[in-house]
Design a protein around this ligand. Structure first.
Ligand SMILES: Cc1ncc(COP(=O)(O)O)c(C=O)c1O
Length: 485
């Protein structure tokens, strides 16, 4: 791998030997399910803002941000100060779910960010500290409240790896090896998510979204449609792992209407989209939809593990201990989370994400004519996807070319060689995903564009000679859990 001088720090590569032996031990000892460590064979030693420095002294721009967790980048002063203050205060670091000043303050900070209509009627439940546990909690809450079992979930969805969340997830690659495909988590009806570039109805555009809504409504009302009235619908306003696919606002409003008219609770999974990432504090706000429950994790802990559900009090029919768990009182995460939530508001970082995201998206869109490997550029705010295609493949009925996962993997490798970390996602892992921290500077945004453009140009040059690597449409694992959607 060649690394441009610009990505080498003054300390050079004195510890390169250490890095190699650490990587080798990790390969030998860790489970074969490890994922990011495969795509990024680096050993981070230090990190600040958007930059990670490896033990070998190489520096990388981190456009993955802990899969969207690090809204403020690495080691932000606000987060470090909250950590130091809390540790120095002598506060207990673990007290199950007892009331603490930190929990009280976090709850205040969180409720201040919520749409008023929702906040006024909201209850919060602290979950085991992972998005997937919060998804389980939300599904279980609605199953308890409605006395129904089934769940409505979407093509391309990602909700996590535990049984119920996996059942609601779309990725066949991660479900197929598990007998029952995670069905232990419940009965899931799969509905079409509007994805203009690979429209489930083969028409794309607004018409595709209209058909997706019509299909949903008619299926639910069809007495022979096979769908027993479900406990909930769960949806992402922008699919993250699914390839940065934003749902049209009008379609989301239709989902709200359809669910409300049929007394089906609507759960919006904001695990990846929350805390300013899409250009609004919560992605669902773009559409004006008020859901019945929101699932939150990742950025709400300021980089430390934290997950909650927030929901309308009418659904609070749980008995004490209905969704318990040992690690539901992470004092440090509540302190760093509260500090992060307030900083994002104070500094207008959602607006900044909208501005920088629009600029990046427009620039990438502008490259399409000269780099036909770029099939589609989409996203919202700083959640951007660049779908890599075979430029010589046939056009389908939506005017889209076939996916090119092998080429996308080469783009990712080319980025890493240029000191840029970014992940693949979407169908067959063919979408390059940009998830920079919300504090990305204009200069960093330019560097990201420059390195990504070079990597795509390089992959274009080699694409013709290695066409066969795309043909198999490999289901190469991408993301946290090999979760190419
Ligand atoms: C939308 C969404 N829901 C749920 C999850 C699961 O969160 P976790 O990996 O913390 O379990 C993720 C993780 O990427 C996600 O993007």
């Amino acid at each position: 791998m060649t690394v441009p001088a610009a990505t080498l720090s003054a300390s050079g590569s004195d510890n390169a030997g250490d890095a190699d032996s650490i990587l080798e031990r990790q390969r030998a000892r860790e489970s074969s399910a490890r994922t990011y460590a495969r795509s990024f064979p680096i050993v981070p030693a230090r990190a600040h803002g958007m930059t990670i420095e490896g033990t070998d002294g190489r520096r990388y721009l981190d456009c993955l941000s802990g899969a969207g967790t690090l809204a403020l980048g690495h080691n932000h002063p606000v987060v470090r100060e909250a950590l130091r203050r809390t540790i120095d205060s002598g506060a207990p670091l673990h007290v199950l779910d007892l009331a603490t000043p930190e929990k009280d303050d976090f709850t205040d900070a969180l409720f201040e960010t919520l749409p008023k209509e929702f906040a006024d009627r909201a209850r919060v439940h602290f979950c085991g500290p992972a998005g997937t546990d919060a998804v389980e909690a939300a599904l279980k809450l609605m199953q308890t409240a409605t006395g129904r079992r089934g769940v409505l979930a979407f093509t391309g969805a990602y909700h996590g790896m535990t049984a119920g969340a996996l059942a609601a997830t779309g990725s066949v690659a991660v479900k197929e090896p598990v007998p029952g495909g995670g069905a232990a988590g419940g009965e899931v009806t799969r509905l079409p998510y509007p994805y203009a570039y690979r429209c489930p109805f083969g028409v794309g555009g607004e018409r595709g979204a209209e058909l997706a809504a019509t299909y949903t409504e008619r299926l639910l009302d069809d007495p022979s449609g096979g769908v027993v009235r479900p406990a909930a619908m769960i949806v992402e306003a922008v699919q993250g792992e699914g390839g940065a696919v934003p749902a049209p606002d009008g379609w989301l409003r239709e989902m709200r209407r359809i669910t409300r008219e049929r007394d089906i609770p609507l759960i919006v999974d904001e695990v990846q989209t929350g805390v300013g990432r899409t250009g609004a504090y919560w992605a669902v706000e773009h559409s004006g939809v008020v859901p019945d429950a929101m699932v939150m994790s990742k950025a709400i802990g300021g980089g430390l593990p934290l997950a909650v559900i927030v929901y309308d009090r009418d659904y609070d029919g749980w008995l004490p201990g209905a969704h318990t768990g040992t690690f539901r009182g992470n004092t440090l995460a509540m302190a760093t989370g509260a500090a992060t939530l307030r900083y994002v508001t104070r500094e207008g970082l959602a607006e900044r994400a909208a501005t920088v995201g629009a600029r990046l998206t427009a620039r990438l869109e502008g490259l399409r004519s000269e780099l036909p490997l770029i099939g589609d550029v989409r996203g919202r705010g700083l959640m951007i996807g660049v779908e890599i295609v075979d430029p010589e493949g046939p056009l389908d009925s939506c005017g889209s070319r076939p996916v090119a996962p092998g080429t996308a993997a080469r783009v990712q490798e080319g980025c890493l060689a240029r000191g840029l970390i970014l992940e693949l996602g979407g169908r067959f892992g063919s979408t390059v995903r940009l998830l920079p921290p919300l504090v990305i500077t204009d200069e960093e945004a330019e560097s990201v564009l420059e390195r990504l453009t070079e990597a795509i140009a390089e992959a274009s040059a080699s694409a013709t000679s290695s066409k066969e690597s795309n043909v198999s449409k490999s289901s190469r694992p991408t993301g946290v859990s090999g979760r190419a959607a």
